[in-house]
Design a protein around this ligand. Structure first.
Ligand code: CP
Length: 309
């Protein structure tokens, strides 16, 4: 199974994955659980191929691999340190990696669609770790898992998605996956120049998910169960958009507008769109969210390797 888009997931396979995640987490924290997990896939290897910088996605995938006993082979800055720098195509790179019999190849690429292109020729399962402004499906899985963990449901939630919605792939994928559940309402908060694209709005309409577009932070975040904030994707801005700023900052004052039982999420890295003073607020869940990425990615690798047997 390749994991290229969040569109591959539905209620059923999401909840299956979440059950596997919870089970692995329980084993991990049980007596001798880490040793048990570290033996699980010790005859297998995974490969991470990152053409774009990453802290969380690469390191959590690699840690997830080690914790499940996989050997991990890795290239960061693959554009520079792999033979892509000599002109090798992604297809040829994949043909070669297929020969090394990995259980999964995890790829991040700055160009939208490039991971899908790799998957088209791959015999080995390919996981999209982020492709340009396209998708970042495993981020959406951990975002959704964090929401589920906090509310014990994924229906009938009001979710604010704010910041750079034009270039932020995590915002796009989260909106899509929320539309697979009933009764969710999305509040998109951004400046006009960084508004969510029409394709996502059309997708939501087709799936009967209600949404509104808001340009002021106060009405954007009050009454929401989840506030999902994102940074300006400076590395992806078109030349004509280079002057833009995300314009919205969540600080202690803004937190006072949020519901008492709401949560604040962010895919991270954070730049200045959430002030450090907010970190101590019990509703700030972004570091827990990043931690959930480890267990979600363990579950995904475990599932893929189990299908291999
Ligand atoms: N959230 C996320 O994808 O972080 P990294 O870019 O550090 O992997």
């Amino acid at each position: 199974m390749h994991v290229i888009s969040i569109d591959q997931f539905n209620r059923e396979n999401l909840f299956e994955l979440f059950e596997r995640t919870k089970k692995l987490e329980k084993i991990f924290y049980s007596k001798d659980g880490r040793l048990e997990l570290a033996k699980k896939h010790r005859d297998k290897q995974i490969c991470t191929l990152f053409y774009e910088p990453s802290t969380r996605t690469r390191l959590s995938f690699e840690t997830a691999g080690y914790k499940l006993g996989f050997g991990v082979v890795s290239t960061e800055s693959a554009g520079e340190f792999s033979s892509a720098s000599k002109g090798e195509t992604i297809e040829d790179t994949i043909h070669v990696l297929d020969e090394y019999k990995f259980s999964a190849i995890i790829i991040r690429h700055p160009e939208t669609g490039m991971v899908g292109r790799a998957a088209k020729v791959a015999k080995t399962p390919v996981i999209n770790a982020g492709d340009g402004k396209g998708e970042h499906p495993t981020q959406s899985l951990l975002d959704l898992y964090t929401i589920y963990f906090n509310f014990n449901r994924l229906d009938n939630l009001t979710v604010t998605i704010g910041g750079d919605l034009k270039y932020g792939r995590t915002a796009r994928s989260l909106a899509k996956i929320l539309s697979k559940f009933d009764g969710n309402h999305i509040k998109f908060v951004s400046t006009k120049s960084l508004a969510i694209d029409k394709d996502i709005k059309d997708f939501l309409k087709k799936n009967d998910t209600t949404f509104e577009e808001i340009t002021d932070i106060e009405s954007g975040i009050k009454d929401s169960d989840v506030v999902y904030w994102t940074r300006l994707q400076k590395e992806r801005l078109a030349e004509s958009d280079k002057h833009l700023a995300s314009g919205f900052v969540i600080d202690k004052k803004a937190m006072r507008l949020m519901k008492k039982d709401s949560i604040l999420l962010h895919p991270l890295p954070r730049v200045d769109e959430i002030t450090i003073g907010v970190d101590d607020d019990p509703r700030a869940k972004y570091f827990d969210q990043a931690g959930n990425g480890l267990f979600i990615r363990m579950a995904l690798l475990d599932q893929i390797a189990s299908e291999e047997n």
